[in-house]
Structures are given as C-alpha cells and as structure tokens.
Write a protein that binds this ligand. Structure first.
Ligand code: PEP
Ligand code: MN
Length: 474
C-alpha cells in the first residue's frame, strides 16, 4: 500500500513543472469569443420563465449597479489554496445548506454554521496534519436546478420551487411565479451574510485560542460533542506549548481565519449582473462568490453555463455523477482550464459508493493521463438521496460509505483526495437518518426544516469530520 505522504510527494512533483499558484490567465485565444454576456448565445438550461421581462431587466440592472460581493484578490488567494488541495498539501471543506432561505436568515444560524465549519476544520487539521480550506455553501446558494418544471398536488399543477432567489416554496400560484424582486433580496442577504462572516473570521471569534469555546450548546452531551471537547483540549495544550516556545498569540495565524463562500452558478441573469472587470489584472470575475460551480444538470460542453464559467477568473468547480464518461470529462476540463492552472478547477464527484468504486478510477486515470491538474472533491450527499415516509432524506451510513470509497479509490489510483463537499447545518435538525446522533425514520418529522435537500445536522457533520481526519492521517 502506498502511503499518503509518498503519493503527495509524487503528485507535488508532477505539478512542479506547471506554474504553481499563479492566477488563472486565459490566453487571448481562449477569451477571443468570450464576454460577460457571451453565454447568451448558448442554451441556458434550468432558467425560470419570468412573466415580465422588463421587470427582470430592471432588477438585474439594479444589481449591476451595486458593489461586488467578493473581490478578485480574494479569489486569487483561494485559487492558491485550492492548488495546494490538488496536491495534497491542503484539504477542502465545503459545506452549508442545499438552499439558503429568506425565512431562515438570521445571525445565529450563520454563526452556528460558521462555528461548525471551524470545529470540523480543527478536527481535520489536527487529525490530518494539513491546512483546511474553509468554503461555505453560503452567501449566494439560492438557485436550485429541478428535475421537473412542474409540481403536481391534488390535481393542481404549479411551477416547481427553484429556490428563494426565483420563487417561493409555498404551493400557491402566487408564490411559485418567478419574481425579479427576489434577485435583489438575495443580493442583500448575501451582502449581509458576507459582512457577518468577515467579522467572525477576522474579529477574534475564529482565533485558535477560542478552540474550546466553539462547541454548540446542544452538542455538549453528545458523543461527537465530547470527542470534540477532548480534541479541543489537546489543541489547547499544543498551543500552550507553542506559546511557551515563543509563538506570538497575537499573530494573524492565531487570531484570524480565511473563510470563502461558494454557490452553484445557475441563475445566469444574477451571475452576469455581478460579473466585473478587475482593474489590476484586466480579467473578469464572477463577484457573487469566491468559487462558483457548475451543476450536474448544466455542465454540457456547448451550453451557457460552461461558456460563462470558462471566461471568469475565479476558481471554479464542476459536479460529476456516474453519467460522466472519461473523454467527456477531459474535454470539459480542457475547456474550463485550458492553461491547466493548478487551483483553477475542482471536480466534485457525486455518485454513491457503489458506482463511485466502479466509475471514479477510470475518470482519475483519464485525467492523469491527460496531464490535467484538478482538486478531486467528494460530494457524498447528492448520490444518496432517497424518500422515506414522504421525506427526502439520506442515510448517514450511505454518505460515509461514499467518503470511504472516495478515499479507497484515490489510494488505489495513487491519486490525491482534495476535499469534501457536504450539505449540512449548524442547527439541530432531523433531516438525515443515522449516525451517532441516532436520528431514526420516525424522527424525520420532528425537526425537518430544509427547503430543498436534507442536511447533515451538526453531530452528523462532526462525526464525518472525525472520519475524514482518520483517513487523512493514514
Ligand atoms: C446541489 O449541490 O445542491 C446540487 C443540485 O447538486 P448536483 O448538481 O450535483 O445535483
Ligand atoms: Mn442539494
């Protein structure tokens, strides 16, 4: 068996010849036919039908006049971090709601998710010995792709719910009609969310000297809560030791943390309105979030989403199910990252454990043979959704089995696992079954709050972090 360390060394050497951690610099050729509006010449799937186009244009023009939500320099730093994840020198933790909701927008929920991500990072960093790149599904994760355009209930047919940025979840004609004012509201919620996150990450809350204080109240007595408290004490001891050695407790490494936000690049009018030219590099950035990803349903080579994403300077992701074939993936990577810039692209795999063991090795080998550098990220939730007693749910054991398969396959292929992508919340919900939290099928109805897909609750997410840490350590 090949150790992680030697696999990391091998891959690190393989990319040493490539320019490492340089900003994505597309060639003139690549950009010749690209502009912030060129996506309009292609088919854009999964877009809502607005009854009033003029109103939509007004809302987009308003957002286009507002400040960017994120900045090009931040996106470039994130790209450097993702380049490290591609070689095994860092690991990505990407997580948050399936869909953010207007009705669940408050400071406590943002704080609790942020705190959970900090806890999971400490567990994975301490256990795995690598820096964790913290990436929220947050401050812009509103638009949802749907498998059906319409939803039927009691003989009534209405447009499907597509996320609060588009329409409302209530089953009424009024709520389900796409409304442009929602774009502006989503922008404002994202701005306020980012403002709070920036405060938390640089204002002392995220300082490593507070590691023992991050446990969520309701977890104090759970297995995961206790395991976290134990680990946090050990971290505290290590810090005290480092302090005795002369570590400056006021340095930014100890007092601050980097935190980035990401969402699915889906609603094209919103994304275009926030696409801005960076004055330092002359490149265009999608300023709605640091990292944008292309969903499984909108990643066709000749469609609008791929056209848009190939031209922006941000680090980007692409979701990949078992339906992807190796040739197609290599072509897609070449389109999205023609210069093969490390950190530019994350391939987010979501297949379910069984299919992953069969299909992922072939994809990894094809990408390696093409000499392409990507960060491989495991999304163990979207291939494991099922319906139980009328609730859309996921079983923790299936989610964990997919993470296990992901690490096994990378080991077997002499490749590097770069990160994990989870739908999770800091709230004490009962949306996924199992785990140490012991949510049963009967518990689903008790605290089922998601507007879209079921999320791991804080205990389940922390349990997953301990498992990932054990695999990173090997
Ligand atoms: C999602 O991330 O919520 C999602 C819709 O994923 P996918 O595109 O992989 O189905
Ligand atoms: Mn989802």
């Amino acid at each position: 068996r090949v150790s992680t360390r030697s696999r990391v060394t091998r891959v690190t050497q393989a990319v040493a010849d490539l320019q490492k951690a340089v900003p994505f610099l597309p060639t003139a050729d690549h950009l010749a036919k690209w502009s912030n509006t060129s996506w309009r010449n292609f088919t854009a799937l999964q877009q809502p039908e607005y009854p009033d186009q003029e109103e939509l244009e007004k809302a987009c023009a308003e957002i286009a006049s507002y400040p960017p939500l994120v900045f090009a320099g931040e996106c470039r730093t994130l790209q450097e971090r993702l380049a490290q994840a591609a070689t095994g020198e860092a690991f990505i933790l990407q997580g948050g709601d399936c869909a953010e909701a207007f009705s669940q927008f408050n400071a406590n929920r943002i704080r609790d998710l942020f705190r959970l991500i900090l806890q999971m990072s400490v567990v994975m960093m301490f256990g795995g010995g690598v820096p964790i790149v913290k990436l929220g599904r947050l401050a812009g994760q509103f638009a949802k792709p749907r498998s059906a355009n319409m939803e039927e209930k009691d003989g009534v047919s209405l447009p499907s719910y597509r996320g609060d940025i588009i329409n409302g979840p209530e089953f009424t004609a009024e709520a389900r009609t796409p409304a442009p004012w929602r774009l502006v509201k989503a922008y404002n919620q994202s701005a306020a969310t980012l403002n709070l996150l920036r405060g938390f990450s640089t204002g002392g809350y995220a300082g490593l000297d507070r590691v023992t204080k991050w446990n969520l109240d309701f977890m104090a007595n759970s297995e995961e809560g206790k395991a976290y408290t134990d680990l946090a004490r050990r971290v505290d001891e290590a810090i005290a030791f480092m302090q005795a050695c002369g570590l400056d407790m006021n340095s930014s490494v100890m007092k601050e943390t980097e935190f980035y936000v990401s969402h699915e690049c889906l609603l094209m009018g919103y994304e275009e309105a926030l696409t801005r030219e960076d004055s330092t590099s002359g490149l265009w950035y999608g300023c709605s979030g640091h990292m944008l990803w292309c969903g499984e349903r909108t990643r066709q080579l000749d469609n609008a989403h791929v056209e848009y994403l190939r031209g922006i300077g941000n680090p980007i992701g692409v979701k990949v199910s078992d339906k992807m074939d190796p040739g197609q993936l290599v072509a897609l990577i070449a389109t999205l990252n023609p210069e093969n810039t490390p950190g530019r692209l994350a391939v987010i795999v979501r297949m379910g454990a069984t299919k992953l063991r069969e299909k992922l090795p072939v994809l990894i080998e094809a990408v390696a043979a093409a000499g392409q550098v990507v960060a491989w990220v495991c999304d163990p939730v979207h291939g494991n959704t099922e319906e139980v007693k009328g609730y859309k749910t996921r079983r923790f054991e299936n989610v964990k089995a997919e993470v296990e398969a992901f690490f096994d396959v990378h080991e077997q292929c002499n490749s590097v696992p770069g990160g994990i992508h989870l739908e999770m919340t800091g709230d004490n919900v009962t949306e996924c079954i199992g785990g140490g939290a012991c949510v049963s099928e009967l518990d689903l109805s008790s605290r089922y709050h998601t507007h879209c897909d079921p999320r791991l609750n804080a205990e389940q997410a922390l349990e997953m972090a301990f498992y990932v840490a054990s695999r990173l350590r090997q």
